[in-house]
Design a binder for this molecule. Structure first.
Ligand code: C2O
Ligand code: CU
Ligand code: CU
Length: 516
């Protein structure tokens, strides 16, 4: 309780302009004073998806996107959400490098969302170098009553945390906000052989913010297409949960699945995090940090050691926030760890000094680059644009327009800039992973020294990225992962080489589906 009191006063110390007030114009929005108290709900891990079958070469899954009623806020009525297989977040998929996965995604959603937006879907496996027709191309949509089979190669240099989420053109934000998001863990023999935490000590933490009415409904308020900031923080779908932990190391796969909110995470015990992995794999070497910025769609694998605590210790995962987020006292806390027992298993309880020394992306160097391109993320005439263009320009061109056409196998440097002081953009490039070379001429943050596909481009920042365009030819999206910006319309595409598969070449089909 003392800790809560201290946090309360820390929140009061925020500069006045960063203290948002609950928007009373939203009918029935839960006033701040009536939000559920934090740390009342037990933490839970989403279930692991079970294949419908395993063939000699492939694990086969089938999932239905459905509307369900979920008890999310204690003391309030149930909430209508959209889930993969009716779960929010959806089931975690466990895949093994070298073993392809096929997922049949069936759209059984009602025709309209509670916000009256269409519920056509497109499923993107974020991080995967999928072929263009299986990449969740925004305009390749599946309508309610249709299904689409997605194929994932699971070939990559590194074990890592992918995630799958909706990507339907112009209403990705609504669909993802309703709950269409989940983790996908790609394991490899090299990673499984490391003495880092595995199994039940390898835990997904999907963080997201939301706004609710007193009737339990989700509110979609994107402030005139600028951003959506909720006052409730959900971890794996539960508000400010409490996780009971043993006195040992845990590995958390932290994913920010919020539409617009970025976090700066810290432990109230003052102890550091050991970052071991970034978006697309383990880092060459672990990095200890007190705090780190977490933009939407970024993933960090974070080790916390609870062995230094006594049983019954409570440690709060705090959000210290970043500029241009709308903060509430309730958004300064994410979840709580409660040390409940001694370790029941002490195997795989170390972090070696070398984790992933031969990652091809991390070994790229500037002299290999054949060209440098500039990508400016800017607000232009009421639209969010990239070098002045939008996804509508792509649509109007009959999907021909491309912002860049690197050759297959080319190494390039992309200089990504945000000249505004008023907002930040998490920039995501499909197909490839990249190494962050520098930010405003300075080295990347220690926790960014690993293979990534999404980078925090903060206020007045210019970030240089180096990447190799492989393994597929074809057209792929690049966009801001503030999903409100993405939908309006900060998204474009690039094409690798010539003659790649067409993103529309495996269209959705009507139900009933033939058996898998
Ligand atoms: Cu996580 Cu193009 O998206
Ligand atoms: Cu992606
Ligand atoms: Cu943006």
């Amino acid at each position: 309780m003392l800790k809560l009191g201290l946090l309360g006063s820390a929140a009061l110390m925020l500069p006045v302009e960063r203290q948002a007030r609950t928007d009373l114009s939203i009918k029935n929005r839960i006033p701040e004073s009536q939000l559920p108290r934090p740390f009342q709900v037990p933490f839970a891990v989403p279930p692991v998806a079970r294949p419908v079958k395993r063939t000699a070469t492939t694990d086969v899954y089938q999932m239905s996107m459905r509307a369900v009623q979920a008890q999310i806020l204690p003391g309030f009525p149930k909430t209508t959400v959209f889930g993969y297989d009716g779960l929010v977040p959806g089931p975690t998929i466990l895949a093994l490098a070298g073993r392809p996965v096929l997922i049949r995604h069936i759209n059984r959603l009602p025709a309209l969302s509670p916000f009256n937006t269409p519920t056509t879907t497109s499923v993107h496996l974020h991080g995967s170098p999928s072929l263009p027709q299986y990449d969740g191309y925004a305009s390749d949509v599946t309508a309610p009553g249709q299904y689409k089979d997605y194929r994932y190669p699971n070939v990559l240099n590194s074990a890592c945390t992918f995630w799958y989420h909706d990507h339907a053109v112009h209403h990705t934000a609504e669909n993802a906000y309703m709950g269409l998001a989940a983790q996908y863990h790609l394991h490899s023999d090299a990673e499984l052989a490391l003495p880092i935490p595995h199994g039940r000590y390898d835990v997904p933490l999907t963080i997201k913010d939301a706004i609710f009415t007193t009737n339990g409904s989700l509110v979609f308020d994107d402030n005139d297409h600028s951003s959506l900031f909720g006052d409730v923080i959900l971890v794996n779908g539960r508000p400010w949960p409490v996780m009971k932990v043993e006195r040992r190391k845990y590995r958390f796969r932290v994913l920010n699945a919020s539409l617009s909110r970025s976090y700066r995470l810290a432990l109230d015990s003052g102890e550091p995090f050991t970052i071991i992995g970034t978006d697309d794999g383990l880092m060459p070497a672990p990095q200890r940090v007190q705090t780190f910025r977490l933009a939407m769609a970024e993933r960090y694998e974070v080790v916390i050691d609870f062995a230094r605590h006594k049983i019954e210790d409570r440690i709060i995962l705090r959000n210290l926030s970043n500029p241009n987020n709308e903060d509430y006292p309730s958004t300064g806390r994410v979840m709580m760890f409660e040390v409940a027992s001694n370790a029941t298993d002490t195997k795989n309880n170390t972090v070696p000094a070398v984790l992933n020394p031969d990652n091809a992306t991390m070994n790229l160097n500037e002299t290999q680059a054949v060209r440098t391109r500039r990508m400016a993320f800017e607000r232009d005439g009421g639209q969010w644009t990239i070098n002045g263009s939008t996804w509508d320009d792509v649509i109007k061109s009959g999907f021909e327009f491309v912002i860049a056409n690197p050759g297959l196998g080319d190494v390039e440097i992309w200089e990504v800039s945000n000249d505004s002081g008023g907002w930040f953009h998490p920039v995501h490039i499909h197909l490839i992973d990249f190494r962050v070379l520098d930010r405003n001429g300075k080295p990347p943050f220690p926790y960014e020294i690993g293979p990534k596909d999404t980078v925090y481009v903060g206020e007045d920042e210019k970030v240089r990225l180096i990447m190799k365009f492989r393994p597929n030819r074809g057209r792929y999206m690049m966009h801001c992962h503030n999903l409100v910006h993405e939908d309006h319309d900060m998204m474009t595409q690039f094409e690798v080489g010539q003659g790649g598969n067409d993103p529309f070449s495996a269209p959705a089909r009507d139900l009933p589906a033939p058996s898998l």
